[in-house]
Design a protein around this ligand. Structure first.
Ligand SMILES: NC(=O)c1ccc[n+]([C@@H]2O[C@H](COP(=O)([O-])OP(=O)(O)OC[C@H]3O[C@@H](n4cnc5c(N)ncnc54)[C@H](OP(=O)(O)O)[C@@H]3O)[C@@H](O)[C@H]2O)c1
Length: 314
């Protein structure tokens, strides 16, 4: 079969031939229709993730959408790059049957692939870890990314009163506005905590209840200052910094809560339930995300694209 094959960690995969995978006990063979390239794929393939360098050659792709042999469309996860074995960027993938999630007939496979685990993280960081309540006000950082775009729409679908967004690029702020953010605040390299906090507070026009934070660093420290007493910040990434200059006075004065979130902690049932909600919203036209489709033969050039989510079709 044709596949994206990664020969050397740190280099992009190249189109090549791999044997069709043979399902182990409990696994089934999926004919892949769409699979996204995510930050986690690039991190693992770089060989420097906390999972260690994967044995090569291997087929990257931690998730995908495809068709079972009975014709049913499913979303599926893989552990490619995290554990030995091939992933979703190929014509076929062998996956644990119990990990697959059946999709509605109306589901757009490419859109579900683009949303995937990024949208699962957005949904569960908001509603499960963040305990979002109807009527609350939400601040979404990194709002132009897939997590951010999904979080804006999913917060509003969960009954949030309004969403303030913050994003680095013009394109990111445009995506946030399209997703339904009431206002989109620029994030700048030159920001300090006090200056950015003032800008966020002015845009929010009142305290927020919950911050969804894929960035950490200065944006997270500033965002804490927009929270009402007892407010929560859920961190799920560190694109802007591995550490954040959080001051004790802000934390204490507001009795704030800083919470961590990872998809790796989810049970298969939690992940499946969240994916089902996401696929239903997407099929009904209530949830979308900016993405671009490329052929498997173009995977090398598409590998490190950061301007939008890339979905590969075999
Ligand atoms: N914890 C989990 O389970 C989990 C699950 C999924 C994702 N994540 C993490 O969440 C983060 C976002 O994921 P994603 O799928 O949304 O990725 P994505 O679609 O590639 O978006 C990344 C976003 O980060 C922004 N960004 C990057 N560096 C930045 C910086 N220094 N300052 C401000 N913004 C910056 C970019 O902004 P511009 O577009 O404006 O340049 C982009 O919108 C990633 O770090 C990912 O690893 C975690």
């Amino acid at each position: 079969m044709r596949a994206a094959v990664l020969h050397t960690c740190g280099m992009p995969p190249v189109p090549g031939d791999r044997p069709v995978p043979v399902p182990a006990d409990g696994e089934i063979l999926i004919r892949v229709t769409a699979a996204s390239i995510t930050p986690l794929d690039v991190l693992c393939a770089g060989g420097r993730s906390y999972f260690g360098a994967p044995p090569t050659p291997y087929v990257p792709g931690v998730q995908g959408v495809g068709v079972r042999d009975d014709g049913t469309a499913v979303w599926f996860p893989t552990s490619a790059g995290m554990r030995p074995g091939d992933g979703s960027l190929a014509e076929y993938a062998a996956v644990r049957a119990t990990d697959t999630v059946e999709l509605p007939d109306a589901a757009d496979h490419r859109l579900v692939a683009a949303l995937g685990l990024s949208a699962v993280a957005a949904q569960l960081a908001l509603t499960w870890r963040g305990e979002l309540q109807a009527g609350e006000r939400v601040l979404v950082l990194g709002a132009g990314g897939v997590v951010g775009q999904a979080a804006i729409q999913l917060a509003l679908l969960a009954g949030a009163d309004s969403v303030v967004a913050a994003a680095r690029s013009d394109a990111g702020r445009e995506r946030a506005a399209r997703a339904g953010a009431a206002v989109a605040v620029p994030l700048k390299e030159s920001d300090d905590v006090a200056g950015l906090a003032a800008r966020l507070q002015a845009a929010a026009d009142g305290p927020v209840d919950l911050v969804l934070d894929p960035l950490f660093g200065i944006p997270a420290a500033a965002a804490l200052r927009t929270l009402r007493p007892g407010g929560r910040l859920v961190n799920l990434g560190s694109a802007a910094g591995e550490t954040a200059p959080v001051d004790s006075a802000t934390l204490r004065a507001g009795s704030l809560r800083i919470l961590g979130y990872t998809n790796n902690e989810l049970t298969a049932a939690q992940r499946s339930a969240a994916l089902t909600v996401i696929a239903a919203h997407a099929a009904a036209g209530r949830l979308t995300v900016d993405h671009e489709t490329v052929r498997l033969s173009d995977v090398t050039a598409a590998w490190q694209r950061t301007d939008r989510r890339v979905v590969v079709v075999p």
